[in-house]
Write a protein that binds this ligand. Structure first.
Ligand code: A3P
Length: 314
């Protein structure tokens, strides 16, 4: 049976239709100094975040936009449902309940009452967010929920973000140089990439938090899946891991893109490679990024995990 969450595709399609009415200036709002896209986020929902009560067995993924969060969303849901061995009927019921409760693909998307409705979801809940630690509900840390932090090298993240913003008609049409400067200054949705990564570094020694990189998953997906499964306590056989890996390949996910992500499927699953930054960054932009990385995260443990020298130098 299909494990696709059609309500997710519907949510995205509706949000994108609604935002067609917005002017470029209305496309973002600022909350506590950080920009969020009006089409999918509401200030009241961000204000209500503290009413979310995390569970110890929640499966949480935190990743800055364009680091591969849709990929990991699929992976975590697949690992969870495979380990739990749901019957088709049970799976159908879980997805129907998510639809009935109007669940959205990210913790911070949607309406402020969703946090109360989330209490009705059965464990284990897979929760995805782009928020930085200081913006997350405190109950995540208080209740010791496990958080997988997804990181991706800044140059590819920027290029992916640029294409994404320019391919949605509801976001302003950026010129590349202008977008580069906005990204470097944190004037993009969910704020500064560098602040986000540097902030997660402070939590990296916490036993409930583990970081994984887009690049290591690209290098060896099976190994990455085993690492994720071990961290969250999912028990899967070699064959099951292999099956999740096959269904999570870029090709497999892109083919199902319109089914899972609506009319904009191709925008979510664009290229799926490492090193695409070389197609857009000028030499001086590349050097500016190198300097910024050096000043902000190069010396941190999470920064070392990004293998900047390997993925961000020619
Ligand atoms: P590109 O724009 O470089 O292709 P997010 O899901 O956080 O919005 O991140 C989007 C990025 O993840 C896009 O990168 C997208 O192509 C890539 N991606 C999505 N699914 C993937 C997969 N199965 N394997 C590899 N990359 C994937």
């Amino acid at each position: 049976m299909s494990k696709n969450r059609k309500h997710v595709a519907e949510f995205l399609d509706n949000a994108l239709t609604d935002c067609a009415q917005l002017t470029p200036e209305e496309s973002y709002f600022s909350y506590k100094g950080v920009l969020y896209p009006t089409s999918i986020c509401k200030q009241e929902t961000l204000e209500a975040l503290e009413s979310f009560e995390a569970r110890k067995d929640d499966v949480i993924l935190a990743g800055y936009p364009k680091t591969g969060t849709n990929w990991l969303d699929h992976i975590l849901n697949s690992l969870e449902s495979t380990a739990a061995k749901y019957t088709d009927e049970q799976m159908k019921k879980r997805i129907a309940l998510e639809k009935e409760l109007e669940m959205t693909p990210r913790l911070e998307f949607g309406d402020p009452d969703k946090f109360k409705r989330m209490e009705k979801l059965p464990s284990r809940r897979v929760i995805i967010t782009h928020l930085s630690p200081h913006s997350l509900p405190k109950s995540i840390f208080r209740n010791k929920a496990k958080v997988l932090v997804l990181i991706r090298n800044p140059k590819d993240t920027l290029v992916s973000y640029f294409h994404f913003c320019n391919n949605f008609f509801c976001f302003p049409n950026y010129k590349w140089d202008e977008y580069f400067s906005d990204f470097m200054n944190g004037k993009v949705g969910w704020g500064s990439y560098f602040d986000h990564v540097a902030e997660w570094d402070k939590y990296i020694e916490d036993e409930n938090i583990v970081a994984i990189s887009y690049e290591e998953l690209k290098e060896n997906l099976n190994l990455g899946l085993k690492k994720i499964a071990k961290f969250f306590g999912f028990s899967l056989t070699e064959e099951e891991i292999q099956s999740v890996a096959e269904k999570s390949s870029f090709k497999a996910m892109k083919e199902k893109g319109s089914e899972t992500h609506g009319v904009y499927g191709d925008v979510f699953f664009r290229k799926g490679t490492v090193g695409d930054w070389k197609s857009l960054l000028s030499e001086s932009q590349s050097q500016e990024m190198d300097r910024r990385f050096e000043e902000s995260v190069a010396g941190t443990k999470i920064g070392a995990k990004l293998k900047y020298e390997v993925y961000c130098k020619v």
